[in-house]
Design a protein around this ligand. Structure first.
Ligand SMILES: NC(=O)C1=CN([C@@H]2O[C@H](COP(=O)(O)OP(=O)(O)OC[C@H]3O[C@@H](n4cnc5c(N)ncnc54)[C@H](O)[C@@H]3O)[C@@H](O)[C@H]2O)C=CC1
Ligand SMILES: O=C(O)CCC(=O)C(=O)O
Length: 447
């Protein structure tokens, strides 16, 4: 008798105890992939899903560094190299105190399916450290990054594994990491993406995840003869993804009314325009301040401490902060308030209960592995530019990004359209992402 989905998930749980987010990500995908394998003989008896949930390699290492007072500090560094069936390992680095193996395995698993959806040849990985850049001086961040890279450099390379940014890893950190890699290897190469333009970065990479999320949401809405134009939009987060999701939504004529950070959210009922957003960019990227300062600059706005923005009425919700930030209560409020579409800028921002409520209510559900794939897609374009020694214009990269987001949307429609004509974007993304990786794994044999 063949294994059931429940047996499979039980086995994954037994092998990966105390890793709830990893299990959440695997179950969400397996619920769609398992029946697909049952229906397609060629994927049976090949242990494809069993292999996909087991990382090809995990590297865990000590990172010792010296703080400004001269004290030695110790953090833990990781790289989870999940799957290289369709291309070299690719995925971001996260520096945040909550980083552990569970979180990075969930992110790496998601990354495999996401990277497959981009239409590019990118395997999946994720890495990072429990180091907290918040409150550290530039010199401390630099010393941490240098020591982190001293070990990581042994395991990555432009044809092997190409890390990028994620939470807590932006321009500054990528620069320090790149500088150390180059010094150690004596090799100027495209080993990281998200680099500054001055040393091989791609135009539009900073914007790509947020812009791509809005492009994806617009495709979903257009499928129902609607548009984001004129809609009220709630965004969580105020980092890289949130800033550029807001920018594109504003450009498309939407009214963005919230932004947040881990301490609370701001509600600007007049709408955040480009000028206000430029203030937020400087506040977060330049001054490294907190979002509550927004109400000092714009006193008509209201700050809500220790709350998430989902209680505000909106037609489009873009969770762009972190995993499991949108729970069942928030989902019920969004449904009650007439929300039409969700675009997940963050990775797995909705809890399982929230997903069920939103799907039950038939809200258009732009799942993260599809909706936020624009970031890694433009990372792939940065790799191509580095390999060719060229720089493309912002217009060209943006056009490529638009094309890729359209193709990802089409793939979701192709594999996610139900018998009644409705589109299950979760199913579509999981199956389309799985199929390409599975075909490559079949071709390459049991390795
Ligand atoms: N940077 C990228 O290209 C991509 C990022 N993502 C995902 O997007 C999300 C945001 O990443 P970035 O914007 O790059 O990071 P970032 O470090 O630039 O910003 C993170 C934002 O989330 C907020 N945040 C963190 N923890 C929070 C919490 N517990 N509650 C509320 N807010 C919290 C922070 O205050 C900050 O505003 C993450 O889930 C990341 O994995 C997904 C695809 C690509
Ligand atoms: O650009 C990249 O390589 C990775 C982006 C990322 O970490 C993500 O898609 O979650």
């Amino acid at each position: 008798m063949r294994q059931t989905l429940q047996d499979f998930l039980k086995e994954v749980e037994n092998k990966n105890p105390n890793q709830p987010e990893f299990l959440q990500a695997v179950s969400e995908a397996a619920e769609n992939i398992f029946p697909f394998i049952e229906e397609n003989k060629k994927y049976q008896n090949q242990a494809i899903l069993e292999r996909m949930v087991e990382a090809e390699r995990i590297i865990i290492f000590r990172v010792a560094w010296t703080d400004d007072s001269g004290a030695i500090r110790v953090n833990r560094g990781y790289r989870v190299q999940m799957n290289s069936a369709i291309g070299p390992y690719k995925g971001g680095l996260r520096f945040h105190p909550t980083v552990n193996l569970n979180i990075l395995k969930f992110l790496a698993f998601e990354q495999v399916l996401k990277n497959s959806l981009t239409t590019l040849a990118l395997g999946g990985a994720k890495g990072g450290s429990d180091f907290n850049p918040k409150g550290k001086s530039d010199a401390e961040v630099m010393r941490f990054c240098q020591n982190f890279m001293t070990e990581l450099a042994k395991h990555i390379g432009a044809q092997t594994d190409i890390p990028a940014g994620d939470i807590g890893v932006g321009n500054r950190e990528i620069g320090y990491l790149f500088g150390q890699y180059k010094k150690l290897q004596n090799n100027f190469t495209g080993v990281l993406t998200g680099k500054e333009i001055a040393y091989g970065g791609s135009l539009i990479r900073p914007e790509a995840t947020g812009y791509g999320t809005v492009y994806f949401v617009e495709h979903m809405l257009q499928g129902q003869n609607k548009s984001i134009k004129g809609k009220q939009v709630c965004i969580s987060g105020s980092g890289n993804v949130a800033q550029y999701a807001a920018e594109k939504a504003i450009e498309y004529g939407a009214k963005v009314i919230t932004l947040s950070d881990s301490s609370g959210y701001i509600h600007d009922k007049e709408g955040i325009d480009q000028e206000k957003l430029d203030y937020v960019k400087e506040l977060k990227n330049g001054k490294r301040g907190r979002i509550k300062s927004y109400v000092e600059e714009y006193p008509h706005a209201v700050y809500h401490a220790n709350k998430a923005p989902w209680e505000e009425k909106c037609e489009v919700a873009l969770p762009c902060a972190t995993e499991n930030e949108l729970n069942a209560t928030a989902a019920k409020t969004l449904v009650k308030n007439g929300c039409l579409a969700i675009g997940e800028g963050a990775n797995m921002p909705c809890t399982k209960d929230a997903v069920d409520i939103l799907q039950e209510a038939k809200i258009l559900y732009g799942i993260g592995k599809a909706a936020n794939a624009g970031g890694v897609a433009v990372s792939g374009l940065e790799m191509s530019q580095n390999a060719m020694g060229v720089r493309w214009s912002a217009e060209k990269v943006n056009e490529e990004l638009k094309k890729i987001m359209k193709e990802i949307h089409q793939a979701c429609v192709e594999y996610g359209t139900l018998e009644n004509g409705e589109i299950d974007y979760i199913k579509g993304a999981n199956i389309a992402g799985f199929k390409k990786v599975a075909d490559a794994m079949l071709a390459q044999g049991a390795v």
